[in-house]
Every structure is written in structure tokens, then in C-alpha cells.
Design a binder for this molecule. Structure first.
Ligand code: ZN
Length: 102
């Protein structure tokens, strides 16, 4: 069993989550009994992505941190008011410079 802290959509909080991992001792024994044939199943189970579940409510609606940060990146950026003010000041300055140098 592996544990990590992820966001649970049902609890609406970052909480402890668990995922079952293969029992390597059991798979080693099965591999010995089947003269190595079970190694194929063992490798497939190791390569399979872990099915994470919330430890509090058992929900599988889990979002990992990198998915959350990606969701934050997808939100459109707001206009920078300081940039707009600097642009406005430069525009007014250039306007005065044009009028005064004529
Ligand atoms: Zn939960």
C-alpha cells in the first residue's frame, strides 16, 4: 500500500490517499511455482498505473498536484494594471513631447 496527499473532489480538500501495490513476495512465489511464466503478469501489474483512493471517504475522484497546477495554468491571465499604467504614462509623455517639440 502506497500513501500520498492528493486533492479529493468529494471531500473538497487535500487529504491522505492510498493505492494498492502488488505483493512482490506473493508474485515471486507464483513466478517460482509457474517456472517463471508468472513474471509476465507481475511485470504488467508493476507497469499498471496505481488506482488512488481517498483514505477518508474511499472516493476515486482524486486530482494529483500536477493536474491541479495545470488547471491553474489554464485559467486566463488577468490584465496587468501596472503594465497598463506604465503604457499610459509613456503614451502621455510621448504626446507631450510631440506637442512641445513642434
Ligand atoms: Zn475523500
Amino acid at each position: 500500500m502506497k500513501t500520498a496527499r492528493f486533492y479529493c473532489a468529494d471531500c473538497d480538500t487535500v487529504t491522505k490517499c492510498e493505492a494498492r501495490t502488488p505483493s512482490h513476495i506473493l508474485h515471486l512465489l507464483l513466478s517460482i511455482i509457474t517456472a517463471g511464466l508468472w513474471v509476465i503478469v507481475w511485470v504488467l501489474l508493476i507497469l499498471k498505473p496505481l488506482a488512488w483512493r481517498c483514505a477518508s471517504c474511499g472516493s476515486s475522484r482524486i486530482r494529483k498536484y500536477h493536474e491541479l497546477t495545470q488547471a491553474i495554468k489554464d485559467v486566463p491571465k488577468k490584465a496587468n494594471p501596472i503594465g497598463a499604467l506604465i503604457g499610459l504614462a509613456i503614451g502621455i509623455g510621448l504626446g507631450f513631447w510631440y506637442i512641445l517639440t513642434r
